[in-house]
Design a protein around this ligand. Structure first.
Ligand SMILES: CC(C)(COP(=O)(O)OP(=O)(O)OC[C@H]1O[C@@H](n2cnc3c(N)ncnc32)[C@H](O)[C@@H]1O)[C@@H](O)C(=O)NCCC(=O)NCCS
Ligand SMILES: Nc1ncnc2c1ncn2[C@@H]1O[C@H](COP(=O)(O)OP(=O)(O)OP(=O)(O)O)[C@@H](O)[C@H]1O
Length: 202
């Protein structure tokens, strides 16, 4: 099975691009979604997070208060590393299980969508890397609009990741998402045809 790592900066459009590939019939696993699964009530990782950060990161119903934890870890690199030390092994394990299921089902190509593909070393698990790219001003505007963040909070999230320009250089394929949604969709369709559908027929 060919595994394509799909990455990019925060709010660059990875999820949007992945949904478009999924609509065309691609198999997709998404690290952000796995990160949510591993902190559900009853999961080991949630207990470890509470032990490390205190009950203030829980909602009254016992679920993770993501906004509260986000405020802590995006302002403090050492707190972020503590959280990653808890969540990343659990995310990796779940990703391997999902990839194995796709392999067993005879899947030809799978996308592994991961914001921290380079930062978390996931790059060694994929066969090639596609990067969704945009300039920082557009990134900032989309991030603030989507998550209702102040400019300062949005900038600190961007600063917690490898700079977009570096990611761009490391991708075998770059999807330029500075333009409209229609332009994104056109690139996805072209890549689907040229890089996936045609190659699977070879
Ligand atoms: C801090 C948390 C609770 C904030 O939750 P929230 O719902 O606000 O954001 P969400 O999970 O949807 O992530 C949004 C984006 O933030 C960025 N981001 C998330 N975690 C990190 C991190 N550790 N370092 C840098 N950027 C990150 C990514 O670009 C991600 O796509 C959450 O992001 C989390 O648990 N992060 C640790 C797990 C992780 O590293 N996830 C990334 C996938 S490997
Ligand atoms: N071409 C576009 N034009 C306008 N808005 C867009 C475009 N592409 C994506 N968006 C919007 O930008 C925001 C970020 O996109 P998306 O959630 O797909 O990014 P992401 O890379 O998955 O983000 P994260 O790393 O935070 O998970 C969303 O609100 C999305 O609807």
């Amino acid at each position: 099975m060919r595994i394509i790592g799909l990455t990019g900066g925060i709010a660059s459009g990875k999820t949007s691009a992945a949904h478009l590939f999924e609509k065309l019939g691609a198999a997709v696993i998404d690290a952000d979604q796995l990160a949510r699964e591993v902190v559900q009530p009853g999961e080991e990782a949630l207990a470890q997070i509470v032990a490390a950060f205190g009950a203030k990161v829980l909602n009254p119903d016992g679920t993770l208060n993501r906004a509260a934890l986000g405020e802590i870890v995006f302002a403090d690199a050492s707190a972020r590393r503590t959280l990653e030390g808890i969540t990343h092994p659990a995310i990796r394990k779940r990703a391997e299980e999902k990839l194995q299921r796709l392999r067993d089902a005879g899947t030809g190509t799978a996308f592994y969508v991961a914001p921290l593909l380079f930062e978390a070393g996931i790059v060694s698990r994929v066969h090639e890397v596609w990067v969704v790219y945009l300039d920082q001003e557009t990134q900032l505007a989309r991030l603030m609009a989507r998550d209702g963040l102040s400019r300062e909070a949005a900038l600190s999230r961007i600063a917690s990741q490898m700079p977009m320009e570096e990611k761009r250089k490391l991708g075998q394929i770059v999807i330029d998402n500075r333009g409209s949604r229609e332009e994104l969709e056109a690139q996805v369709l072209r890549l689907w045809r040229e890089e996936i559908a045609d190659r699977q027929r070879e």
